[in-house]
Design a protein around this ligand. Structure first.
Ligand code: GUN
Length: 294
């Protein structure tokens, strides 16, 4: 029997748990978690995501601020905003919404965010810790891969020893950090990308298949092994306005042991994990020196 994974319900559970923790923090008279999102320009998809991040952070009781900057904002001006947030003790998490306009040096901006406030886990120092499996000093883990790993823990188990995991997509936001997490969990990992010769052949060998390419219905039933677990990170809008994933859900679902739908699968988990990371950074700060505002 195929299990259709309800990411919306799982994300709601995570948010409820976070809200309860914030209540306890408030009751103890301690500082509430603070999240600052920087959005440069007016990319319509980003605007929708950022609004959801702002609203959900408020709903769990965080201090939640969005700094919206015009598309023509210079590198120096964005760096100045990041510098002020790095120094502001009210904010424990800083997120630069991607993509940023082409004239900006994205990598330099990400590297300017304090690694201790890097709620996306994109800073080179945190990327290194993720691959090094430095759990003790690890702070935030990239939100979408974190959401996928929580789903795997719940529906497959935290031990993926002996399992073949195939990640289709090699972005810094999803594919590469996801591969690091799968490796940590014990899986044998393949990463397929735009120049992989026969992606279907890799996919057919997957016990766990994760897809993040931005190609509607890329993964067909013939690509999927009987009994595989399939996580679909894609969000694609078709000409008729409907939203579909990178997996041909209707064709694939009956072959799988478990599968995430689009919408309602991985998408809601991403923002829940952003909130989880913000809370983690707030707690990490509480453990470190109170005078350190970096
Ligand atoms: N744009 C799309 N996904 C993400 C994400 O996880 N973090 C950031 N900062 N921008 C994104």
């Amino acid at each position: 029997m195929t299990k259709i994974i309800d990411g919306k319900a799982f994300a709601a559970e995570i948010r409820a748990e976070i809200a309860r923790e914030v209540e306890k923090i408030k009751a103890a008279g301690e500082q509430i978690p603070g999240l600052a999102v920087i959005m440069v320009g007016d990319d319509p998809a980003s605007a929708i995501y950022v609004k959801s991040k702002e609203k959900q952070a408020q709903e769990v009781g965080f201090l939640s601020t969005v700094i919206r900057l015009p598309a023509e904002t210079s590198q120096a001006e964005v760096l100045d905003v990041i510098d002020k947030l790095n120094r502001n003790p009210d904010y424990h998490g800083i997120l630069l919404q991607l993509p940023v306009p082409a004239h900006l040096d994205k990598d330099a901006l990400i590297a300017a965010i304090s690694p201790k406030k890097d709620v996306d886990g994109f800073h080179p120092e945190n990327v290194g810790k993720l691959w090094y499996s430095d759990r003790e000093h690890q702070t935030a883990i990239p939100c979408t891969p974190l959401g996928c790993s929580l789903i795997l823990e719940r529906y497959v188990g935290s031990d993926l020893n002996g399992k073949n995991a195939v990640m289709i997509g090699a972005s810094n936001v999803v594919g590469k950090p996801m591969a690091a997490l799968l490796l940590r969990m014990g899986a044998t990992v393949s990463i397929c990308h735009s120049t992989t010769l026969d992606v279907a052949e890799y996919a057919r060998n997957a016990d766990i298949l994760i897809v993040a390419t931005g190609n509607a219905h890329l993964v067909k039933a013939s690509w999927v092994k009987e009994g595989a677990v399939v996580l679909d990170v894609g969000i694609n809008r078709l000409a008729d306005g409907s939203i579909v994933g990178d997996v041909d859900f209707e064709a694939v679902k009956d072959k799988t042991a478990a599968i995430t739908p689009v919408p309602g699968g991985i998408g809601p988990m991403t923002i829940a994990c952003l909130l989880k990371n913000t809370l983690t950074l707030r707690k990490t700060k509480a453990l470190s020196s109170n005078t350190n505002t970096e």
